[in-house]
Design a protein around this ligand. Structure first.
Ligand SMILES: [Zn+2]
Length: 369
């Protein structure tokens, strides 16, 4: 991990919240009430007028049965984009759903306008695979009934939220990266051009790092909100393992190349991505002084295996479907090479003015509250 990646803000609100004028967001965590710059109608008008997205490519969710899920994610993203625009971290940016069935999302800069696009295919996949995954609720309920009883929402709902929000933070990090790039640029999660490019790998790992820290902070707040009376080693590690396994399944979905590779393809191999994500999440928790005072000592490696093992149990029970053969073995055999590759791409000098998303995180860490 780079120096900046470890600098997280422990035990405080997640990025984009403040103390006053608060309401509950979808994690039931305080979030500021913002006067949004756009509603979805204005969002569409703005994007079409500025030739950012053509009208026929935009998905209007407002007359669909899944309206409330699309709307809650839209509101969350819109408010967060406004926060970062007000902090001058990004240009004026739009958030839209695109009329595309592929499981994909992208961050783009066109004519000095920025946009995050979530395909309706991505949303539908997350609704089907997580939100409507009743087997996930039943399995986790049977394994951890005391813990689940303390959660404010079903596990399937929380899994849906965490995975979609991970994607949002990942795309937001791409907007930070692109903020000083003068030419039009598009970064997408499933690319037609699947050639290796180390800069792309660097940008993806950097976006994952930002998203991991954002999600770790959310999980942290969730534990502090709903499990504060019961914090101990078991509660904290099990909660991280459950959320981590859902994120693990989600990341695995973005590839069809299951055998480990390094300098190939447009995105790093999911094992590399997952290791970076999980290490960032576990680092965030393991340095928490308050937990340490309460006798909670979190070890990166133990947590990583706990997440992998829990994911394995979920796939063995057909709750999740993405099983990578010998995944644990691949990790054990290649751990050093993976860590070394992550280090190599993090230290890679691209020679282009991409902003490091973690610099934005660290800047915000100092100014929030
Ligand atoms: Zn990406």
């Amino acid at each position: 991990m780079g120096k900046g990646d470890r600098k997280t803000r422990k035990g405080k609100r997640f990025i984009g919240t403040r103390k006053k004028k608060t309401k509950r967001n979808c994690y039931e965590i305080n979030a500021i009430i913002f006067n949004k710059t756009f509603d979805y109608t204005q969002e569409i008008e703005y994007a079409v007028k500025n030739s950012i997205v053509s009208n026929s490519d935009i998905f209007d969710f407002r007359d669909t049965p899944q309206k409330k899920h699309y709307e809650s994610i839209y509101n969350f993203c819109r408010e967060n984009l406004d926060i970062h625009f007000n902090r001058k971290n990004i240009l004026k940016s739009t958030f839209l759903y695109s009329n595309d069935y592929n499981v994909n999302a992208k961050a783009c800069k066109y004519n000095n306008h920025c946009v995050i696009l979530f395909n309706m295919g991505l949303m539908q996949e997350c609704i089907n695979k997580y939100l409507n995954n009743h087997a996930l609720n039943e399995f986790v309920q049977s394994k951890e009934p005391d813990l689940i009883a303390k959660f404010d929402n079903s596990m399937s709902y929380l899994a849906f939220q965490i995975n979609i929000q991970f994607t949002y933070y990942h795309e937001l990090a791409h907007l930070f990266q692109l903020s000083r790039v003068e030419t039009d640029k598009e970064l997408q999660e499933q690319s037609i051009d699947n050639n290796f490019n180390i800069i792309n790998h660097k940008l993806e790992i950097n976006a994952d790092t930002y998203a991991s820290i954002s999600i770790a902070t959310q999980i942290h707040q969730y534990i502090n909100t709903y499990l504060i009376e019961n914090i101990n080693q078991e509660v904290v590690t099990t909660t991280i393992a459950i959320f981590g396994a859902c994120l693990f399944e989600y990341i695995l979905n973005f590839t069809s190349h299951l055998e480990l590779y390094f300098k190939e393809y447009n995105h790093p191999h999911p094992l590399i991505r997952v290791l970076n994500i999980i290490l960032n999440i576990t680092n965030h928790f393991s340095v928490n002084k308050i937990y340490k005072e309460q006798g909670v000592n979190l070890n990166n490696s133990v947590l990583f295996f706990k997440i992998m093992d829990f994911h394995n149990e979920l796939t063995n029970n057909e709750v999740f479907t993405t099983a990578i053969p010998n995944f644990r073995q691949q990790y054990t055999n290649n751990n050093k090479s993976i860590v070394s590759y992550i280090k190599e791409i993090k230290n890679w000098e691209d020679g282009i003015t991409y902003i490091n998303a973690m610099d934005i995180w660290n800047k915000n860490v100092d100014i929030i509250d």
